[in-house]
Design a protein around this ligand. Structure first.
Ligand SMILES: NC(=O)c1ccc[n+]([C@@H]2O[C@H](COP(=O)([O-])OP(=O)(O)OC[C@H]3O[C@@H](n4cnc5c(N)ncnc54)[C@H](OP(=O)(O)O)[C@@H]3O)[C@@H](O)[C@H]2O)c1
Length: 282
């Protein structure tokens, strides 16, 4: 099986390649923007004609959520047009495609967790672009759309690394305590994505580590496990001004994983300990 992975210089793409190798896949072509700009439709077509993939795991994206508010065109180009180019390539080669999406497709106003069948209603440019990317992906039958939330992985910047840095520099920090969600360790998610491509159980899924927390809880747990002594002060979203709005509720129902026979990801606290070991904090 020949597998093309996009976004391998980012958090998820890096782990997907690592996990594929650990599971004895040998025909892996990992690419990032220096190898192929996914917004260039001719380049994508030519590249894929040479590779002839059986699977495309699409992890590349424009992920600068706040910056996207001022750079809508660039964000849409990567997340919508780039995705369309890869979906077209998958179709041309009869390949399976995995599109990684986000909790940001929802407005966060629901009480309780979001079902895969709930209607998206993004409240940011990035969320809108990822939803439009989902619609592009749905145009081709052999797709897996996997919505994740609050990602952290070795290869890239994320909330955990930010907290560790602030923990070394400051005596106290303010962290938002009224947004709820579930963190996703990209290494754990990668195993699920590989499980998926080994099947033909196409469709839309929600996946994150088990359990739920607020950003405040998440920060407290990071400092607790890393044994960093810092005062963490809970604040409200309205006290922490960002360009892009975030959903207040990012909880996603993962029952579909059970129904289709996929293993859920471990609890986020367990994932966090393994992650801190991986990045040599523990
Ligand atoms: N991070 C999160 O918290 C989170 C949450 C929910 C969903 N997701 C989704 O999960 C997926 C993986 O996220 P991640 O955190 O691994 O992202 P990431 O670390 O930002 O990696 C994305 C990679 O895509 C590359 N890229 C950007 N534009 C490109 C282009 N035109 N052509 C080719 N490559 C391009 C980026 O390169 P540059 O760095 O040079 O731009 C980067 O290496 C994305 O689909 C994202 O939307 C992420």
């Amino acid at each position: 099986m020949k597998i093309v992975v996009t976004g391998v210089k980012g958090q998820l793409g890096y782990d997907v390649v690592r996990v594929l190798k650990s599971r004895n896949y040998t025909n892996i072509i990992g690419i990032d923007i220096d190898d192929l700009d996914i917004t260039d439709s001719n380049a994508v077509r030519e590249f894929m004609s040479l590779c002839k993939p059986n699977v495309i795991i699409h992890c590349a994206a424009y992920t600068a959520v706040d910056q996207a508010q001022d750079s809508k065109e660039v964000c849409m180009n990567v997340n919508v047009n780039g995705t369309r180019n890869l979906v077209n390539a998958a179709e041309n080669h009869d390949a399976k495609i995995v599109y990684v999406s986000t909790d940001y497709v929802f407005d966060g106003k629901k009480s309780g967790s979001y079902d895969v069948t709930d209607l998206p209603n993004p409240i940011s440019v990035y969320g809108e672009s990822k939803f439009l990317g989902e619609l592009e992906t749905q145009e081709y039958q052999k797709h897996f759309i996997v919505r994740i939330s609050w990602a952290f992985g070795k290869n890239g910047s994320n909330f955990v690394k930010t907290m560790l840095k602030l923990g070394r520099e400051k005596e106290f920090i303010n962290v938002v305590s009224d947004q709820i969600g579930s963190p996703t360790y990209t290494y754990d998610l990668s195993h699920l994505l590989v499980d998926m491509i080994e099947t033909e159980k196409y469709g839309t899924y929600h996946a994150s580590n088990e359990g739920m927390c607020t950003w405040f809880d998440f920060a407290k747990e990071i400092f607790n496990i890393a044994r960093i002594d810092i005062d963490v002060n809970p604040i409200l979203t309205e006290q922490y001004i960002t360009k892009a709005k975030r959903p207040m509720n990012s909880l996603m129902n993962k029952n579909k994983l059970d129904e289709l026979g996929f293993s859920r990801l471990p609890n986020w606290k367990d994932a966090l300990v393994r992650y801190l070991k991986e990045i040599e904090v523990l």
